[in-house]
Design a protein around this ligand. Structure first.
Ligand code: HEC
Ligand code: HEC
Length: 301
């Protein structure tokens, strides 16, 4: 008995499968009649359309034979291979088991390679050429869809090659980020202030990065910043890695530096997630990735 079906499902599926063939054969035989003899008049069905009579000719013999052969092949297939519910077939093939066996074989093959890095310090992994090659392949397969194949990110997906970090760039912090994921949440302020006030704060934030700004609105903007933003971004606006709140003075932007983008973020908030990898990748694979990512900004490439 295979694990996939309960007895009820098994009977149901078997009934549908065999019933289907039985029904087709029934239809076939109910329409069969002897071949017309030479010279014998062929009867018609009595239907005439636009002067064209519908004859009641017997089914061609070659067609009937093919129909029967195909039905026999279907039944033969079900005897040999799985298809009738939980009946495994005489050949006992099982695609799920074959895949599992293949996976285990590959696992056993690569395990010694990964084992080598299980205890290696992440900073050494970052300098090991073979480890870096594996790390890059893992990155391209598992991370590039979000962070880009060059790891430089795009709006809302952080650049992993620079020296600025939302959650910290120490090897252990990167390992944590990849293993358990991260979620950066900035609360919305649309019920707390007007768009004009948010725009004043944006002027202040832009002034911190030497971007064009309206000098007269910076002081009121800073006042509002001190009231609404310092809890997460800090009094100096340099952020807080425990919350994933970015440094707003470093000229590096996750979303963009335009007034419009900053105001949008203030009013609507942000909720951004790095998915945990611990259920997708092995601890050794995650170490290799952490080493590769750390190396992007710490090891001469
Ligand atoms: C579904 C998209 C997605 C995938 C896949 C993904 N990430 Fe991320 N990652 C993000 C987002 C979004 C963030 C930013 C989270 C935030 O804003 O706090 C992030 C953040 C990070 C950070 C923290 C950056 C910082 O500045 O602190 C690291 C490191 C990282 N990802 C590495 C990886 C690695 C390695 C992989 C592959 C195993 C990966 N990510 C796969 C979306 C993704
Ligand atoms: C509850 C904590 C919290 C508060 C309060 C908060 N922020 Fe944020 N802010 C964050 C976090 C976390 C992020 C990162 C979001 C992400 O990972 O996508 C962020 C992102 C930003 C960004 C995007 C930076 C970039 O690189 O694109 C700006 C700008 C910003 N905040 C400004 C502000 C301003 C101005 C205020 C006050 C009105 C404020 N924040 C209040 C937590 C907060």
């Amino acid at each position: 008995m295979s694990d996939f079906f309960s007895v009820g499902w098994s009977i149901w599926i078997t009934t549908i499968a065999l019933g289907g063939v039985a029904f087709c054969l029934y239809v076939l035989f109910s329409q069969l009649k002897g071949q017309a003899k030479k010279g014998e008049a062929i009867s018609d069905t009595g239907h005439i359309w636009d002067g064209i009579t519908e004859y009641d000719t017997p089914l061609p013999r070659w067609w009937v034979s093919m129909y029967l052969i195909l039905s026999a092949i279907a039944l033969g297939y079900w005897v040999l291979y799985p298809g009738l519910g939980s009946f495994e077939g005489l050949l006992k093939t099982n695609a799920a088991k074959e895949v599992k066996a293949d996976q285990e074989k590959i696992e056993a093959m690569v395990q010694p390679i990964f084992q080598k890095y299980a205890d290696m310090p992440i900073t050494d992994i970052a300098k090991d050429e073979e480890a870096r090659a594996i790390g890059q392949r893992l990155f391209l397969n598992n991370c590039a869809q979000c962070h880009g194949s060059d790891a430089q990110g795009s709006p809302s997906f952080p650049n992993l090659t620079d020296k600025t970090w939302l959650w910290g760039g120490e090897p252990e912090q990167i390992l944590q980020t990849i293993t358990n994921g991260r979620r950066g949440i900035m609360t919305a302020h649309q019920n707390l202030m007007t768009p004009a006030q948010a725009s004043e704060i944006a002027q202040y934030v832009r002034s911190l990065n030497n971007l064009a700004h309206d000098q007269t609105r910076v002081a009121p903007g800073k006042k509002l910043f001190d009231q609404f933003c310092v809890a997460c971004h800090g009094a100096d606006a340099k952020g807080n890695q425990l919350l994933g709140a970015p440094d707003l003075t470093d000229g590096v932007w996750l979303y963009g530096s335009s007034e419009e983008t900053i105001v949008y973020g203030i009013m609507n908030g942000r909720d951004n997630q790095m998915p945990a990898q611990k259920n997708l990748l092995s601890p050794e694979q995650i170490r290799l990735l952490a080493g590769w990512v750390w190396g992007l900004s710490n090891v001469e490439q």
